[in-house]
Design a protein around this ligand. Sequence first.
Ligand SMILES: C[S@@+](CC[C@H](N)C(=O)[O-])C[C@H]1O[C@@H](n2cnc3c(N)ncnc32)[C@H](O)[C@@H]1O
Length: 309
Amino acid sequence: MSPEFHSPVLVSEILQSLITGRDGLYLDATVGGGGHAAAILSGLSERGRLIGLDRDPAAIRVAAESLRRYGDRVTLRQGVFWQLGALLRDLNIREIDGILFDLGVSSHQIDDPDRGFSYRHDGPLDMRMGEGDRSAWHLVNTAPYQDLLRIFRDYGEERRAAPIARAICARREQGPILRTGELAALIRSIIPPDLPQKTLSRIFQAIRIEVNAEIEHLPEALRQAVEALGVGGRVGVMSYHSIEDRTVKTAFAEWVRGCICPPGFPVCRCGRQSTLKFIFGKRGIRPGPEEIERNPRARSAVLRVAEKI
Ligand SMILES: C[S@@+](CC[C@H](N)C(=O)[O-])C[C@H]1O[C@@H](n2cnc3c(N)ncnc32)[C@H](O)[C@@H]1O
Protein backbone atom coordinates (compact mmCIF):
# COMPACT_ATOMS: atom_id res chain seq x y z
CA MET A 1 0.00 0.00 0.00
CA SER A 2 1.28 3.48 -0.73
CA PRO A 3 2.02 5.25 2.57
CA GLU A 4 -0.25 8.14 1.50
CA PHE A 5 -3.32 5.92 1.15
CA HIS A 6 -4.09 5.74 4.86
CA SER A 7 -2.00 5.46 8.02
CA PRO A 8 -3.73 2.87 10.19
CA VAL A 9 -4.47 4.01 13.75
CA LEU A 10 -3.92 2.12 17.08
CA VAL A 11 -2.45 -0.85 15.25
CA SER A 12 -0.75 -2.62 18.16
CA GLU A 13 -3.78 -2.07 20.44
CA ILE A 14 -6.01 -3.62 17.76
CA LEU A 15 -3.70 -6.61 17.34
CA GLN A 16 -3.48 -7.21 21.08
CA SER A 17 -7.18 -6.96 21.69
CA LEU A 18 -8.69 -8.48 18.56
CA ILE A 19 -6.56 -11.54 17.83
CA THR A 20 -7.54 -14.34 20.16
CA GLY A 21 -6.20 -17.21 18.06
CA ARG A 22 -3.41 -17.15 15.47
CA ASP A 23 -5.14 -19.76 13.29
CA GLY A 24 -8.38 -17.83 13.26
CA LEU A 25 -10.64 -16.20 10.68
CA TYR A 26 -10.97 -12.41 10.87
CA LEU A 27 -13.13 -9.86 9.07
CA ASP A 28 -11.92 -6.35 8.36
CA ALA A 29 -15.26 -4.70 7.58
CA THR A 30 -13.61 -1.45 6.39
CA VAL A 31 -10.48 -2.75 4.72
CA GLY A 32 -9.53 0.58 3.02
CA GLY A 33 -5.96 0.35 1.75
CA GLY A 34 -5.36 -2.80 3.80
CA GLY A 35 -3.15 -1.26 6.52
CA HIS A 36 -4.92 -2.86 9.50
CA ALA A 37 -5.60 -6.00 7.46
CA ALA A 38 -1.88 -6.49 6.71
CA ALA A 39 -1.06 -5.99 10.40
CA ILE A 40 -3.70 -8.55 11.42
CA LEU A 41 -2.41 -11.06 8.83
CA SER A 42 1.15 -10.58 10.05
CA GLY A 43 -0.05 -11.54 13.54
CA LEU A 44 -1.67 -14.78 12.30
CA SER A 45 -0.17 -18.17 11.51
CA GLU A 46 -0.07 -19.59 7.95
CA ARG A 47 -3.52 -21.04 8.68
CA GLY A 48 -5.06 -17.72 9.74
CA ARG A 49 -7.30 -16.02 7.18
CA LEU A 50 -8.87 -12.63 6.60
CA ILE A 51 -11.91 -11.34 4.75
CA GLY A 52 -11.69 -7.69 3.72
CA LEU A 53 -14.83 -5.71 2.94
CA ASP A 54 -15.20 -2.13 1.73
CA ARG A 55 -17.95 -0.24 -0.06
CA ASP A 56 -15.44 1.71 -2.15
CA PRO A 57 -14.26 -0.13 -5.30
CA ALA A 58 -11.08 2.00 -5.30
CA ALA A 59 -10.23 0.74 -1.79
CA ILE A 60 -10.76 -2.87 -2.85
CA ARG A 61 -8.37 -2.39 -5.78
CA VAL A 62 -5.67 -0.93 -3.51
CA ALA A 63 -6.22 -3.60 -0.82
CA ALA A 64 -5.92 -6.34 -3.47
CA GLU A 65 -2.51 -4.99 -4.37
CA SER A 66 -1.27 -4.39 -0.81
CA LEU A 67 -2.45 -7.82 0.45
CA ARG A 68 -1.36 -9.78 -2.63
CA ARG A 69 1.51 -11.41 -0.75
CA TYR A 70 -0.95 -13.24 1.52
CA GLY A 71 -2.42 -15.09 -1.49
CA ASP A 72 -5.55 -17.14 -0.89
CA ARG A 73 -5.51 -16.43 2.85
CA VAL A 74 -7.29 -13.19 1.89
CA THR A 75 -10.78 -12.81 0.42
CA LEU A 76 -11.85 -9.31 -0.65
CA ARG A 77 -15.41 -8.20 -1.33
CA GLN A 78 -16.98 -4.89 -2.23
CA GLY A 79 -20.11 -4.08 -0.24
CA VAL A 80 -21.58 -2.31 2.75
CA PHE A 81 -20.90 -3.60 6.25
CA TRP A 82 -24.57 -3.61 7.24
CA GLN A 83 -24.88 -6.61 4.90
CA LEU A 84 -21.98 -8.53 6.41
CA GLY A 85 -24.29 -11.32 7.59
CA ALA A 86 -25.34 -12.03 3.98
CA LEU A 87 -21.74 -11.80 2.80
CA LEU A 88 -20.64 -14.44 5.33
CA ARG A 89 -23.55 -16.70 4.37
CA ASP A 90 -22.53 -16.38 0.70
CA LEU A 91 -19.02 -17.41 1.66
CA ASN A 92 -20.39 -20.34 3.71
CA ILE A 93 -18.86 -18.99 6.89
CA ARG A 94 -20.66 -19.71 10.13
CA GLU A 95 -18.37 -18.14 12.74
CA ILE A 96 -15.75 -15.43 12.83
CA ASP A 97 -13.03 -14.96 15.47
CA GLY A 98 -12.71 -11.19 15.22
CA ILE A 99 -14.25 -8.27 13.34
CA LEU A 100 -12.80 -4.80 12.92
CA PHE A 101 -14.65 -1.62 11.94
CA ASP A 102 -12.40 1.40 11.30
CA LEU A 103 -15.21 3.85 10.63
CA GLY A 104 -15.40 6.92 8.42
CA VAL A 105 -13.31 7.90 5.43
CA SER A 106 -9.72 7.02 4.52
CA SER A 107 -7.07 9.68 3.98
CA HIS A 108 -7.10 8.65 0.32
CA GLN A 109 -10.79 9.47 -0.02
CA ILE A 110 -10.44 12.82 1.83
CA ASP A 111 -7.35 13.89 -0.09
CA ASP A 112 -8.70 13.14 -3.58
CA PRO A 113 -10.38 16.39 -4.77
CA ASP A 114 -12.46 14.46 -7.32
CA ARG A 115 -14.27 12.62 -4.51
CA GLY A 116 -15.51 15.96 -3.12
CA PHE A 117 -15.07 15.15 0.60
CA SER A 118 -12.92 18.06 1.63
CA TYR A 119 -13.49 21.78 2.01
CA ARG A 120 -9.72 22.21 1.61
CA HIS A 121 -9.65 21.23 -2.07
CA ASP A 122 -12.07 22.36 -4.75
CA GLY A 123 -13.87 19.48 -6.43
CA PRO A 124 -17.32 18.24 -7.45
CA LEU A 125 -19.79 18.12 -4.55
CA ASP A 126 -19.96 14.31 -4.39
CA MET A 127 -18.83 12.62 -1.10
CA ARG A 128 -20.10 9.15 -2.00
CA MET A 129 -17.89 6.45 -0.49
CA GLY A 130 -19.44 3.75 -2.62
CA GLU A 131 -21.74 3.60 -5.58
CA GLY A 132 -24.87 5.21 -4.11
CA ASP A 133 -27.01 7.27 -6.44
CA ARG A 134 -27.50 10.29 -4.15
CA SER A 135 -24.46 12.49 -3.84
CA ALA A 136 -23.77 15.58 -1.72
CA TRP A 137 -24.86 17.56 -4.78
CA HIS A 138 -28.40 16.16 -4.48
CA LEU A 139 -28.57 16.81 -0.78
CA VAL A 140 -27.26 20.38 -0.87
CA ASN A 141 -29.38 21.38 -3.85
CA THR A 142 -32.66 19.60 -3.16
CA ALA A 143 -33.10 18.88 0.58
CA PRO A 144 -35.73 21.06 2.25
CA TYR A 145 -34.52 23.62 4.81
CA GLN A 146 -35.77 21.50 7.76
CA ASP A 147 -33.75 18.47 6.59
CA LEU A 148 -30.56 20.51 6.18
CA LEU A 149 -31.10 21.98 9.65
CA ARG A 150 -31.55 18.53 11.22
CA ILE A 151 -28.52 17.09 9.40
CA PHE A 152 -26.23 19.98 10.39
CA ARG A 153 -27.44 19.81 14.01
CA ASP A 154 -27.52 16.04 14.47
CA TYR A 155 -24.49 14.99 12.44
CA GLY A 156 -22.38 18.16 12.66
CA GLU A 157 -23.38 19.35 16.16
CA GLU A 158 -23.09 22.81 14.60
CA ARG A 159 -24.48 25.81 16.52
CA ARG A 160 -24.88 27.86 13.34
CA ALA A 161 -26.92 25.14 11.62
CA ALA A 162 -29.93 27.42 11.01
CA PRO A 163 -28.18 30.39 9.32
CA ILE A 164 -26.08 28.02 7.22
CA ALA A 165 -29.13 26.02 6.09
CA ARG A 166 -30.94 29.31 5.30
CA ALA A 167 -27.97 30.62 3.31
CA ILE A 168 -27.81 27.40 1.24
CA CYS A 169 -31.53 27.57 0.44
CA ALA A 170 -31.24 31.25 -0.58
CA ARG A 171 -28.10 30.71 -2.65
CA ARG A 172 -29.45 27.74 -4.61
CA GLU A 173 -32.36 29.83 -5.90
CA GLN A 174 -29.78 31.50 -8.15
CA GLY A 175 -28.62 28.13 -9.52
CA PRO A 176 -27.19 24.86 -8.17
CA ILE A 177 -24.13 24.72 -5.90
CA LEU A 178 -21.85 22.41 -7.88
CA ARG A 179 -18.44 22.46 -6.20
CA THR A 180 -17.01 22.00 -2.69
CA GLY A 181 -15.26 25.36 -3.17
CA GLU A 182 -18.59 27.15 -3.74
CA LEU A 183 -20.13 25.58 -0.65
CA ALA A 184 -17.05 26.38 1.47
CA ALA A 185 -17.05 30.02 0.26
CA LEU A 186 -20.75 30.36 1.08
CA ILE A 187 -20.22 29.03 4.63
CA ARG A 188 -17.17 31.26 5.12
CA SER A 189 -19.18 34.30 4.07
CA ILE A 190 -21.72 33.94 6.87
CA ILE A 191 -19.62 32.97 9.89
CA PRO A 192 -17.12 35.03 11.94
CA PRO A 193 -13.66 34.94 10.30
CA ASP A 194 -11.98 33.37 13.34
CA LEU A 195 -14.30 30.33 13.31
CA PRO A 196 -14.61 28.99 9.75
CA GLN A 197 -12.32 25.97 9.99
CA LYS A 198 -14.29 24.08 12.63
CA THR A 199 -17.64 25.04 11.20
CA LEU A 200 -16.60 24.02 7.70
CA SER A 201 -15.36 20.69 8.97
CA ARG A 202 -18.60 20.07 10.93
CA ILE A 203 -20.87 20.93 7.98
CA PHE A 204 -18.86 18.79 5.53
CA GLN A 205 -18.84 15.93 8.06
CA ALA A 206 -22.63 16.20 8.49
CA ILE A 207 -23.25 16.08 4.73
CA ARG A 208 -20.90 13.11 4.34
CA ILE A 209 -22.62 11.17 7.15
CA GLU A 210 -26.06 11.75 5.61
CA VAL A 211 -24.99 10.97 2.02
CA ASN A 212 -23.43 7.67 3.10
CA ALA A 213 -26.03 6.76 5.78
CA GLU A 214 -23.06 6.28 8.12
CA ILE A 215 -24.93 6.39 11.44
CA GLU A 216 -28.28 5.12 10.24
CA HIS A 217 -27.12 1.54 9.62
CA LEU A 218 -24.34 1.27 12.20
CA PRO A 219 -26.43 -0.43 14.94
CA GLU A 220 -27.59 -3.05 12.41
CA ALA A 221 -24.01 -3.63 11.26
CA LEU A 222 -22.90 -4.15 14.87
CA ARG A 223 -25.82 -6.51 15.51
CA GLN A 224 -24.81 -8.64 12.52
CA ALA A 225 -21.18 -8.56 13.67
CA VAL A 226 -22.04 -9.79 17.18
CA GLU A 227 -24.24 -12.49 15.68
CA ALA A 228 -21.41 -13.63 13.38
CA LEU A 229 -18.85 -13.98 16.18
CA GLY A 230 -18.17 -17.32 17.82
CA VAL A 231 -18.11 -17.37 21.64
CA GLY A 232 -14.84 -15.74 22.73
CA GLY A 233 -14.63 -13.83 19.43
CA ARG A 234 -14.16 -10.08 19.55
CA VAL A 235 -15.46 -7.02 17.77
CA GLY A 236 -13.42 -3.81 17.66
CA VAL A 237 -14.81 -0.48 16.48
CA MET A 238 -12.76 2.64 15.92
CA SER A 239 -14.74 5.89 15.72
CA TYR A 240 -13.57 9.38 14.89
CA HIS A 241 -16.36 11.59 16.18
CA SER A 242 -18.70 11.65 19.14
CA ILE A 243 -21.89 10.82 17.22
CA GLU A 244 -20.36 7.61 15.88
CA ASP A 245 -18.79 6.73 19.23
CA ARG A 246 -22.05 7.31 21.11
CA THR A 247 -23.84 4.92 18.75
CA VAL A 248 -21.20 2.23 19.34
CA LYS A 249 -21.11 2.79 23.12
CA THR A 250 -24.90 2.57 23.42
CA ALA A 251 -25.13 -0.60 21.32
CA PHE A 252 -22.31 -2.34 23.22
CA ALA A 253 -23.67 -1.27 26.62
CA GLU A 254 -27.05 -2.84 25.83
CA TRP A 255 -25.49 -6.18 24.88
CA VAL A 256 -23.19 -6.10 27.92
CA ARG A 257 -26.11 -5.35 30.28
CA GLY A 258 -28.42 -7.93 28.73
CA CYS A 259 -31.47 -7.37 30.92
CA ILE A 260 -33.65 -4.42 29.86
CA CYS A 261 -36.15 -4.51 32.75
CA PRO A 262 -36.75 -1.13 34.43
CA PRO A 263 -34.35 -0.54 37.38
CA GLY A 264 -37.11 -0.99 40.04
CA PHE A 265 -37.98 -4.60 39.03
CA PRO A 266 -37.05 -7.02 41.87
CA VAL A 267 -36.54 -9.91 39.41
CA CYS A 268 -35.78 -9.96 35.71
CA ARG A 269 -38.86 -10.38 33.54
CA CYS A 270 -37.34 -9.71 30.09
CA GLY A 271 -35.20 -12.85 30.19
CA ARG A 272 -32.46 -11.21 28.13
CA GLN A 273 -28.89 -12.14 28.94
CA SER A 274 -25.55 -10.45 28.29
CA THR A 275 -23.99 -11.35 24.98
CA LEU A 276 -20.85 -9.20 25.28
CA LYS A 277 -18.26 -8.15 27.81
CA PHE A 278 -16.04 -5.08 27.46
CA ILE A 279 -12.32 -5.34 26.75
CA PHE A 280 -10.52 -2.07 27.79
CA GLY A 281 -13.47 -1.28 30.10
CA LYS A 282 -16.28 1.03 29.17
CA ARG A 283 -14.04 3.92 28.24
CA GLY A 284 -12.29 2.45 25.23
CA ILE A 285 -8.76 3.36 24.26
CA ARG A 286 -7.31 6.47 22.54
CA PRO A 287 -4.02 7.11 20.76
CA GLY A 288 -1.22 8.57 22.88
CA PRO A 289 0.58 11.86 22.13
CA GLU A 290 3.35 10.16 20.14
CA GLU A 291 0.93 8.54 17.72
CA ILE A 292 -1.03 11.79 17.36
CA GLU A 293 2.16 13.68 16.57
CA ARG A 294 3.11 11.11 13.95
CA ASN A 295 -0.39 10.91 12.51
CA PRO A 296 -2.58 13.96 13.35
CA ARG A 297 -5.66 12.21 11.90
CA ALA A 298 -5.49 9.81 14.86
CA ARG A 299 -6.29 12.56 17.37
CA SER A 300 -10.04 11.96 17.60
CA ALA A 301 -9.94 8.15 17.40
CA VAL A 302 -11.44 5.95 20.09
CA LEU A 303 -11.32 2.17 19.96
CA ARG A 304 -13.91 0.05 21.74
CA VAL A 305 -13.56 -3.70 21.86
CA ALA A 306 -15.99 -6.28 23.23
CA GLU A 307 -15.96 -10.08 23.47
CA LYS A 308 -18.87 -12.40 22.79
CA ILE A 309 -19.74 -14.49 25.86
C1 LIG B 1 -10.81 4.78 7.95
S1 LIG B 1 -10.90 3.93 6.45
C2 LIG B 1 -10.23 2.35 6.84
C3 LIG B 1 -8.78 2.27 6.62
C4 LIG B 1 -8.19 0.91 6.87
N1 LIG B 1 -8.36 0.47 8.23
C5 LIG B 1 -6.71 0.87 6.52
O1 LIG B 1 -5.91 0.48 7.36
O2 LIG B 1 -6.37 1.25 5.38
C6 LIG B 1 -12.58 3.55 6.33
C7 LIG B 1 -12.98 2.70 5.14
O3 LIG B 1 -14.28 2.21 5.40
C8 LIG B 1 -15.02 2.20 4.22
N2 LIG B 1 -16.43 2.23 4.62
C9 LIG B 1 -17.09 3.24 5.22
N3 LIG B 1 -18.36 2.90 5.44
C10 LIG B 1 -18.51 1.62 5.01
C11 LIG B 1 -19.60 0.71 4.97
N4 LIG B 1 -20.81 1.05 5.44
N5 LIG B 1 -19.39 -0.52 4.49
C12 LIG B 1 -18.16 -0.88 4.01
N6 LIG B 1 -17.10 -0.04 3.98
C13 LIG B 1 -17.27 1.19 4.49
C14 LIG B 1 -14.56 3.43 3.48
O4 LIG B 1 -14.81 3.30 2.09
C15 LIG B 1 -13.07 3.46 3.82
O5 LIG B 1 -12.30 2.81 2.84
